[in-house]
Write a protein that binds this ligand. Structure first.
Ligand SMILES: [Zn+2]
Length: 169
């Protein structure tokens, strides 16, 4: 029995695939850049950031964390040739609303001691100020020996209230 979410996916995809004509795109992103942004449901990266199919890697995680994304960033750059990083956090991010202690307590309460032990050393990487978090992540990437010095890195805020971006660094 499929869920309504699965049924939606299957029917909308059939519609999409019936008109799909871009099956011959190359694996490496044509414009050689990657965008790192949050998993927030209010962000539509392709539409809001002008990304055409095949142009860029889009890496998403909770809070657009550079540390969390490092594995994907290295793959993007070393195996698939991207040379620029656009980091985009956003207003109203959920990562502003809790602490590591809060997240660990919730896991313990809702999922029990085994889950709590399993993630005992996990840093959820929350932050308290968007601009500072963007500057900190850009600094982290610039300092990282795993990111080449000639990679162009910028940091932006996306406003979920207006759809606008602002460059921070
Ligand atoms: Zn977010």
């Amino acid at each position: 029995m499929s869920s309504s979410i699965q049924k939606n996916l299957a029917s909308k995809n059939a519609e999409y695939a019936s008109k799909f004509t871009q099956g011959d795109l190359a694996l490496p992103p044509a414009k050689h850049y990657l965008i790192l942004t949050c998993m927030d449901a209010r962000i539509d990266p392709a539409a809001a950031f002008g990304i055409n199919l095949g142009d860029a890697h889009v890496i998403r995680n909770a809070g657009a964390s550079a540390r969390d994304a490092l594995r994907s960033i290295i793959i993007s750059q070393q195996l698939l040739g991207t040379k620029e990083i656009i980091l985009i956090k956003h207003t109203g991010c959920g990562m502003l609303t809790f602490s590591n202690d809060d997240a660990h307590s919730l896991v313990k309460k809702n999922l029990g001691p085994s889950a709590s032990a399993e993630i005992a050393t996990l840093d959820f990487l929350p932050f308290t100020n968007i601009d500072d978090a963007i500057k900190g992540d850009v600094e982290y990437l610039k300092r990282s020996a795993a990111v080449s010095d000639d990679v162009i890195i910028s940091g932006w805020v996306y406003e979920v209230e207006t759809g606008k971006v602002r460059q921070i660094v």
